[in-house]
Design a protein around this ligand. Structure first.
Ligand SMILES: [Fe+2]
Ligand SMILES: [Fe+2]
Length: 175
């Protein structure tokens, strides 16, 4: 059945598998951001908690976008199993360091898929990925700018409180 169906889609199995891996990565990002939201809330960083909740929502949206694409192209999207989500984090700053690392991992993973799409001559998926690349510019920028707050403001005294207050104000403007 699967082989028969495969004849009816131009989505190659190799690309479908990579997209399913990406679905998992986005879902994993979403869960980690939710864990960060809870940790921040617990530590009294309410604005950062709200920020991570919003990020978690966005990652779920990314996951669904790929999920639908795979199914729409005649593939079979797999509902991801998410494991190994931490409950605790080292420090306020480390949460944002981890967030930036995570975003860079996602960009690298998307780059790898784009690479494979070129090799497989799958320009349809290659084109589909462009939206995600635009998104990564924004996400990496915001994470980097927030980390700069730690250097500029510093965490001493009421510093952490001040940093927390600035977190939701960081926005990316392409123009
Ligand atoms: Fe994402
Ligand atoms: Fe992201």
């Amino acid at each position: 059945m699967k082989d028969l169906l495969r004849l009816k889609t131009s989505l190659k199995e190799e690309i479908e598998n990579l997209l399913n891996e990406q679905i998992k990565l986005e879902a994993h990002s979403s869960s980690i951001y939710l864990a960060m939201a809870s940790w921040c809330d617990d530590q009294g960083y309410d604005f950062s908690s709200g920020f991570f909740e919003k990020q978690a929502d966005e990652e779920r949206h990314h996951m669904l976008k790929i999920f639908r694409y795979v199914n729409d192209r005649g593939g079979k999207a797999i509902s991801p199993e998410i494991v190994d989500i931490p409950k605790d984090f080292e420090s306020f700053r480390s949460v944002f360091e981890l967030a930036l690392e995570q975003e860079m991992d996602v960009t690298n993973s998307l780059n790898n898929i784009a690479d494979k799409c070129m090799m497989a001559k799958d320009y349809v998926t290659f084109q589909f990925l462009q939206w995600f690349f635009e998104e990564q510019i924004e996400e990496e920028y915001v994470a980097r700018r927030i980390l700069e707050l730690f250097d500029v403001i510093g965490e001493e005294g009421t510093g952490s409180w001040e940093i927390d207050k600035h977190v939701p104000k960081i926005a990316y403007q392409a123009e």
